[in-house]
Design a protein around this ligand. Sequence first.
Ligand SMILES: Nc1ccn([C@@H]2O[C@H](COP(=O)(O)OP(=O)(O)O)[C@@H](O)[C@H]2O)c(=O)n1
Length: 399
Amino acid sequence: MGGLLPSLSRPANHSRIFYSVMFDAGSTGTRIHVYTFIHGGSEELPVLDNEMFHSIKPGLSAYADSPEMAGHTVRMLLKVAKKTVPRLEWKRTPLFLRATAGLRLLSAERARLLLEQVQHVFDESPFLVPDDSVSIMNGTNEGILAWISVNYLTGHLNAHSERTVGILDLGGGSTQITFLPKLRKTIESVPVADYVAKYDISNSTFELYTYSYLGNGLMAARLATLGALGAEGLEWRVFKSSCLPKKFRDEWSFGGLTYRVSGDPDGLAGYKLCYQEVLKVVKGIIHQPHELQDSNVFYAFSYYFDRAVDAGLIDGVQGGTLEVRDFKKRAKEVCNKMTKHPPHPFFPVHGHDLHHLSAQGWIRLQGEHRAAVDQESEQRGGQLGFRRHVGSPPRPEDL
Ligand SMILES: Nc1ccn([C@@H]2O[C@H](COP(=O)(O)OP(=O)(O)O)[C@@H](O)[C@H]2O)c(=O)n1
């Protein structure tokens, strides 16, 4: 995202504060980040001074049949930019939008029509609209940027650091895994070449293992488990699962479609059956690098974080450190209890088959930091801000 920062060659008397506006168009919501940077001097890199955040649900892909509503979402969010950026700065403040799995899951034509609406709203706004303002980010870049952000914010990218940490990002439509392999064999034995990406950061080249599994984000994988993703007859069908309490009934919306779901009142529910159901969706698809069988540190976030909080495994403000097997243990407890008293539905592991990913590995679950008021339930107050952020860690007074 090299274009995020506007040109730094400014006249000496020019304001040393500048702004940049980034939209994250995810499968479950569209978010705006308005960054304020301070430019200390021509030799120095700008420093992130503040970030304003706001989000709207659902994501743009929910409007595949009414693209003008996607434009409306972006117009609403632009109001935050207008409030945050002084009027005089609007015409030199660049706008960017990067869409992730929601749009990747649509046909190229439907995605194009949505992005066209966004481009139109950008063009009629008073802000700067660079050439590459609006696009779909590919899964490889999504995984790499998350890895850079987390390693930068945790201090693993500084010159003295000898190791890095991996990332696990569970979105609604896709899930990413990225780490720096310790063994050459890991790179040599990837299933296809696009599991490896080289990235240069300050005189070092990192050869990363990175992959984005499209359709294995939490919402998409959950619907696939129910046999609902891509199914016909959504108006009359009810999709049943042994992962849901027997008497449970609900409607779930994703990607502009609504699915009626329920437990199986005449069947069985519980961990074992549910595990088999989920396995059908991930088996043979999720690649499990050998070296991850040993202990490894991963930062897991997005829905990994949300579900760990919901399951009572970590604190919603502090985040926490878990072993992968803790997820399995808790899933067993919750799913087997659900056969007796119906609690909230809990799927043991979505997206990644985490148990196999790293039997003894640790994952650190951290929430995201947001400096601004977020009206969504997805607001989290963890210690680090890293999801699609590249910038300074939040200051204590912002937390
Ligand atoms: N700035 C953001 C945006 C989303 N998220 C999390 O990302 C998840 C939703 O992912 P998403 O809607 O972007 O889905 P994808 O398009 O990445 O598959 C939720 O768990 C959100 O809380 C985040 O942690 N930080």
